[in-house]
Design a protein around this ligand. Structure first.
Ligand SMILES: *[C@@H]1O[C@H](CO)[C@@H](O)[C@H](O)[C@H]1NC(C)=O
Ligand SMILES: *[C@@H]1O[C@H](CO)[C@@H](O)[C@H](O)[C@H]1NC(C)=O
Ligand SMILES: *[C@@H]1O[C@H](CO)[C@@H](O)[C@H](O)[C@H]1NC(C)=O
Ligand SMILES: *[C@@H]1O[C@H](CO)[C@@H](O)[C@H](O)[C@H]1NC(C)=O
Length: 421
């Protein structure tokens, strides 16, 4: 009897969900296939099911929906219109207001891709003329649980020495499997792990996806590298520009699980030069309030989507229509560890956007936090005539981009006792 009641309750809930889904989103019928009762149910019980899934990722338990709130500022910046992404966002916001699950993404990695061309075509009238990679992004837009290939679960657990301070700064470096040389240059220079200024713990992880099928098989080299340096985290999704948002999302989850006490996180590329001592001094100088909600970097404050299909950052109008919120350039920015949990929560409401730093900007804006401008971050590089100037480098926090050789030279240079500036 009890079971029948539960069952009918579930059926009613699912029916309500479906009705609501269709009436608000105006998505076409092709979606019905994916919104079958299994979908929402699976989602609602995902915590229970996680242990049964063959290739679990580090899913942190979903926070309750009522823990998530989205600032009005985001609504003011992003217009409500007919573009697909905008519709997805406002549909998620409506669900959130009703205390429902904001956004239905799939926890089944092998079954999460949208395979119906009809559905995509119905929602983005010119979908078939989108660049192939963009189509690919759209098909996988709801996939958020790639299997883990390499992990560093002990990264932030302080060694044998009791009473070690928790991680002060975690470097989370976006790399790709083949970039061995860049990673090694970073380890030997600005990304060196250890205790800085006699008390600040600095840690580093390199975030990797999987190489494309045409690449040489690097599996064994990577597992050797991981065992040597214990700083590789890798997931089984293809490396590509449009998968960087997924990489960032996975990193958020990873940090919340394995490095939850990090005071600050640096997110950046493996070809930047970071003046770590200056970064540490800067972070230590912050007022407690600022330190608890920091999102700082080279802020791009009035950007709009590029509409040239040849551009690497092309965004079709029927996909997204509106300006971008202010965001910190993805070459390298800093944020408070305290922001990671709220960021992870709002990322449940905000659909994946194909440009990772814009997506980060959207999520931060949703928290009501404004990016902090700091001219020490030079993600578009500095004036040609200053590129060899050590004194200029000594005064900056980050420069994009430098080769492994340049990085080593610069690092040695700015630490030279002979340098007088
Ligand atoms: C995941 O999706 C695949 C393909 O659609 C399906 O065969 C499989 O049964 C699903 N797994 C789970 C746990 O639902
Ligand atoms: C790469 O090599 C490893 C062992 O060295 C093997 O297990 C794996 O299947 C290979 N991957 C591919 C894509 O061939
Ligand atoms: C992202 O990764 C998935 C999983 O490996 C892959 O199927 C997809 O093609 C990738 N997306 C892009 C845009 O490359
Ligand atoms: C983080 O801090 C809490 C409270 O101080 C502590 O219980 C926990 O073990 C710490 N976690 C890690 C991974 O260091």
């Amino acid at each position: 009897m009890r079971r029948i009641k539960t069952l009918s309750a579930i059926v009613v809930l699912v029916t309500l969900f479906l009705i609501f889904f269709y009436s608000t989103l105006h998505l076409e019928t092709a979606y019905g296939r994916r919104a079958d009762p299994g979908g929402p149910l699976k989602h609602a019980t995902s915590q229970v099911q996680d242990s049964n899934v063959k290739t679990p990722s580090f899913t942190t338990p979903h926070p309750a929906v009522h823990d998530v709130s989205v600032s009005d500022v985001l609504r003011q910046i992003i217009p409500q219109n007919g573009a697909y992404w905008n519709r997805l966002l406002y549909s998620a916001l409506r669900n959130l207001n009703k205390g429902e699950d904001p956004f239905s993404y799939d926890t089944n990695w092998s079954g999460c891709r949208e395979t119906s061309q009809e559905f995509l075509q119905n929602n983005m009238h010119d979908f078939s003329s989108y660049p192939v990679l963009f189509q690919d992004f759209l098909q996988g837009m709801k996939c958020r649980t790639p299997p883990v290939l390499l992990n560093q679960p002990n990264k932030c657990i302080s060694g044998d020495r009791k009473g070690d301070n928790p991680t002060f700064l975690l470097f989370a470096i976006k790399s790709t499997p083949g970039n061995f040389e860049r990673r090694q240059a970073v380890r030997e220079t600005w990304g060196r792990e250890g205790t800085h200024q006699s008390q600040l713990q600095v840690r580093i992880v390199f975030l990797l996806g999987s190489p494309s099928l045409d690449d040489p098989n690097l599996t064994q080299l990577l597992s050797f590298e991981a065992s040597q340096f214990k700083d590789l985290v890798q997931w089984d999704f293809h490396e590509s520009l449009l998968n960087l948002t997924l990489k960032m999302h996975m990193f958020l989850q990873w940090t919340l699980k394995f490095c939850p006490n990090a005071s600050f996180v640096f997110s950046g590329d493996d070809d930047v030069f970071v003046n770590t001592p200056a970064v540490l001094r800067y972070l230590q100088s912050l007022e407690p309030y600022k330190a608890s909600r920091l999102y700082v970097g080279h802020v791009i404050s009035t950007a709009s989507p590029l509409r040239d299909p040849q551009s690497k950052y092309y965004i079709p109008l029927s996909f997204y229509d509106g300006p971008y919120p202010a965001y910190a350039g993805g070459g390298g920015f800093l944020c408070s560890g305290a922001l990671l949990q709220p960021l992870h929560s709002v990322s449940r409401v905000i659909p994946f956007f194909p440009i990772d730093d814009v997506y980060a900007g959207m999520c931060v804006e949703a928290l009501g936090v404004s990016p902090e401008v700091n001219n020490g971050f030079q993600t578009f590089d500095i004036k040609e005539q200053d590129r060899e100037n050590l004194c200029v480098h000594k005064g900056l926090l980050l420069i994009h981009q430098r080769s492994p050789l340049q990085t080593k030279k610069l690092w040695k240079g700015i630490h030279s006792p002979l340098l007088t500036c």
